[in-house]
Design a protein around this ligand. Sequence first.
Ligand SMILES: NC(=O)c1ccc[n+]([C@@H]2O[C@H](COP(=O)([O-])OP(=O)(O)OC[C@H]3O[C@@H](n4cnc5c(N)ncnc54)[C@H](O)[C@@H]3O)[C@@H](O)[C@H]2O)c1
Length: 429
Amino acid sequence: MHVADGIERDALRRPGRKRRGRVVAPEDVAKQPSEQRQRYPRLCQTRATANLNLRAKKALALRAAGCGRRVWSPLTHHSQGSLPRLAQEQQIPSARSVAKRPGRILVTGGAGFLGSHVCEALLRNGEEVVCLDDFSTGTRANLAHLEGHRGFRLLQGDVAAPVTAEVEAAQVDAIYNLACPASPAQYQADPIRTLKTCVFGAATMLEFARSRGAAILQASTSEVYGDPQVHPQPEHYVGHVNPIGPRACYDEGKRCAETLFFDYRRQHGLSVKVARIFNCYGPRLRPGDGRVVSTFIVQALLGQPITIHGDGRQTRSFCYVSDLVTGLLALMRTPDAVTGPMNLGNPAEIPVAELAEMVVRLTGSRSRPVFLKAAVDDPRQRRPDITQARQVLGWAPSVPLEEGLLRTIAYFDRVLAGGEGAAAGRAMA
Ligand SMILES: NC(=O)c1ccc[n+]([C@@H]2O[C@H](COP(=O)([O-])OP(=O)(O)OC[C@H]3O[C@@H](n4cnc5c(N)ncnc54)[C@H](O)[C@@H]3O)[C@@H](O)[C@H]2O)c1
């Protein structure tokens, strides 16, 4: 059983007692949640919340005093040289964005973590939004606050299936193609479906965009770089992917989708934008979706062992969701000649074990790490080179990791307490 399965069910009930200071054998980890939650309701959550509030205040005070900037210093590690090769070949126009009148926009996967924030941001900008989602990993609850909004429509459907009359009738001007499970546990649960969603979903949406003359943005991923041999990863790096491993359904699916996007560009002159998204986190991640940030936060809040796969020295770069959404919208607003692929992510890199420590500290938890077998084909290093996004979009993330984590912890704290977001959790159990 995947550890996350236990956590998800657990997270939706009451929190349990911590096993203070005890290192738990990997085979026992999956058994722990039910023992804990049945025996010790509320205790650790109350303490975590109290500490969180105190820390939140401290963090905000520090930030106001200008002390939070250190998080951004890794930007200086980038070579300040010329644009990556792809950008140069495209002869990117100097204008950063094209002013466009509000239109009607299709967001596939809009009920998911990232998609719900994209829908929200578009509506805020005065656009009309049609969301298409099959609710396989997203939920209506993520969009509950938007239902009833005049400019918002929610349609249920599979992005890989032929476009329905309802979607046709929506007369959209632009498409954000986000539909696809993003967490390894979820995309590996039904790998054939994941691959079909990536490839057939992209083909269907591209053909639909062509029929409407609509611009289309693809939510691609840093996973196209696989376990990278070049660090940090610039867009012209072609990657190091195992085509037959358990992650290939997603990695190769996304690579093939990129191929389709650029073939539609070359063959049909379609206006395409490809964003390569690096790890993104924030409110509306699922408790128990197996992603590292949500997993660590839920474990810390529940006082459970923090499960680290491998030795914890593998690095990741985490971008807060509001920053990422700003980048996606900016990319969509660029002139036709700007196609990407463009890295969007936070270049601040952190080893996974350090992330675990940070989460424990920020939640005030007494959880301890346990080290489990490394995941197959797990990349050792991940950090985006965002030179292109900085130069073309004038974009860089602005939310420091600690601040983003505090906001995300506050969200999960409410979810675990049965408040905001609990409905989202229940729907996914
Ligand atoms: N969140 C990240 O860190 C990250 C990183 C890289 C790439 N991305 C990409 O961004 C997109 C959104 O990711 P997310 O984190 O919000 O994931 P998510 O799982 O929360 O959201 C995906 C959404 O797509 C829907 N969906 C899945 N298959 C579908 C199908 N066949 N038809 C219709 N809807 C379908 C799900 O129900 C869900 O609402 C994905 O394409 C993902 O590959 C995300």
